[in-house]
Design a protein around this ligand. Structure first.
Ligand code: HEM
Length: 421
């Protein structure tokens, strides 16, 4: 009998492998759903009032989607010794308050390219094997010694790095007096965590092989390793490397490039397409919301009774009631994203989406088209669904790691991850 079950599992695995190449914050915000990419608006409506907070709430400019992440108008890299970085405000307590979304033009039809592409030019699996043989192990060791929450933070760090100026560690750069504020201080990045893990790995790597391993690759390896550890090795993939570190990091580029939690399906699809990722990749990568936490301000608009109409994007009433209670304790507290298995990276997220027990509008949006809904359903299938998703998640992480990668002509190997050399 056991053998029969094993055979059945192997058959299923085989079919998954065959198909695998074929997969593809403030804001109690009463404004319902946006219908396109964030656009510059000459007179945006004022943001809704944030919950009372003992920590100062930052002022946010209107996002400008007109400046692409790779805008050539940015200042060129400086090779001179930079001044010491100013002290950054402690990020974990900051309240990530998004500006009110502005309705814009609809997005184009969803991308239907399931196959993960080969590594971006210059990226290679085992890139450091001959240059710094222990590189990947050093990162893995640094990631292993962290909490599940920090591991979740590392996966998100990779995403936020790649979506703004490509995977070039621009998200790690610290504020320098007299220079424009860096990505780290952008609204969506105020709640990032895991920077100290990257710094610890970098320190060890510089001791062992100075000037060899880029911070961008450390972020990519750390995201991969955190996925592996939080899924108890069910997500297990090679991460091509060879990225160089960027010179530029601008806070003002974060809102236009990172999808907000109140995004609808068109916006999500468009924002991922802008980064060469398909709608399927977006659905697959959203599964990372099966770990980690969120500030209540990121979804409080969905707790208002008016948000819970009869639409399929409303929140389950009991779930909303429980969150409402949890969210009254203190100022902008945090809650787990996956109310069932918060520390396990698995396909539970998709069951939560179907049960309408997910936090963000962007999560619920996955049920608003036939294509995305059927993918969500696919990933909840017993045995097959899990296995498929683990494989697809690895593929999509690799694909995300290809975004606007820099080579030695456009980047450097930083000595410290928070500072341009
Ligand atoms: C699809 C569009 C996405 C939106 C709108 C979105 C939005 C958010 C928001 C608002 C939070 C909570 C921040 C806070 O309030 O503290 C969050 C957390 C998180 N997101 Fe996403 N996200 C998206 C996609 C992704 C992707 C592609 C990944 C990674 C592959 C990811 C991984 C995570 C993780 C792991 C956390 C928890 C972080 C922690 O506990 O520190 N998200 N996301």
């Amino acid at each position: 009998m056991a053998r029969l079950v094993l055979v059945a599992v192997l058959v299923v695995l085989g079919s998954v492998a065959c198909q695998a190449s074929g997969y593809g914050y403030t804001y109690p915000n009463p404004t319902p759903i946006i219908t396109g990419t964030p656009q510059p608006s000459p007179s945006p409506p004022p943001p809704a009032t944030p919950p009372p907070s003992p920590t100062p709430t930052p002022e946010y400019p209107t996002p400008t989607s007109s400046a692409p992440a790779t805008s050539p108008s940015v200042s060129p890299p400086t090779s001179s010794t930079p001044p010491p970085p100013s002290t950054l405000p402690p990020s974990p307590t900051a309240t990530p308050v998004y500006p009110t979304p502005t309705p814009t033009t609809p997005a184009p039809p969803p991308a239907s390219t399931p196959a993960p592409p080969p590594p971006a030019t210059g990226l290679e699996v085992g890139y450091y094997d001959d240059k710094c043989p222990d590189a990947e192990n050093i990162v893995l060791d640094a990631v292993r010694n962290t909490t599940a929450g920090v591991k979740a933070g590392l996966i998100r760090l990779f995403f936020h790095d790649c979506f703004v100026r490509g995977c070039d560690a621009s998200v790690l750069l610290n504020k320098i007096a007299g220079k424009p504020e860096p990505e780290k201080l952008g609204i969506p990045n105020l709640s990032l965590r895991g920077f100290e893990v990257i710094d610890a790995a970098k320190k060890k790597l510089e001791e062992k092989c100075p000037g060899v391993v880029s911070c961008a690759d450390i972020v990519a390896f750390a995201g991969r390793d955190a996925s592996k550890l939080l899924s108890t090795y069910k997500i297990n993939f090679n991460m091509p490397a060879g990225r160089y570190d960027g010179f530029v990091s601008l806070k003002d580029e974060t809102l236009a490039n990172l999808p907000p939690p109140f995004a609808n399906l068109d916006t999500l699809t468009q924002m991922f397409a802008n980064k060469t990722l398909s709608q399927t990749d977006m659905v697959v990568l959203s599964g990372a919301h099966s770990i980690g936490r969120s500030h209540c301000s990121s979804f409080s608009n969905r707790l208002q009774p008016s948000a819970n109409d009869n639409s399929n994007t409303s929140m389950d009433a009991t779930f909303a009631g429980k969150l409402t209670q949890d969210c009254t304790a203190g100022s902008d507290p945090m809650v787990p994203q996956d109310y069932k298995t918060v520390d396990v990276l698995d396909s539970q997220y998709y069951r939560n989406v179907i049960d309408r027990k997910v936090l963000f509008t962007s999560d619920a949006a996955l049920m608003t088209s036939l294509q995305t809904k059927s993918l969500v359903q696919e990933y909840t299938k017993w045995l097959i669904g899990d296995l498929k998703w683990y494989k697809h998640f690895g593929d999509a992480m690799v694909k995300m790691g290809n975004i606007e990668v820099k080579d030695s002509t456009k980047g450097e190997i930083r000595k410290m991850c928070g500072l341009v050399n």
